[in-house]
Design a protein around this ligand. Sequence first.
Ligand SMILES: [Zn+2]
Length: 63
Amino acid sequence: MQSCKRATELMSQQLDRELSGSEKLSLKMHLFMCRHCRKCDAQFKVLHRLASARSQVDKPDKD
Ligand SMILES: [Zn+2]
């Protein structure tokens, strides 16, 4: 069983790159069993959405 630390790393990495099949599966399994990490995962998704929304706003509008 992977640790919460490893699960958190995968959550962070999946924002930057596509996880491999086994990485996705182990993260999914961990989230299924660990309430704490489910909460973290939800927060990661919110943060990522905010960050990408902001980078679109900050994009310089060249004319
Ligand atoms: Zn966990």
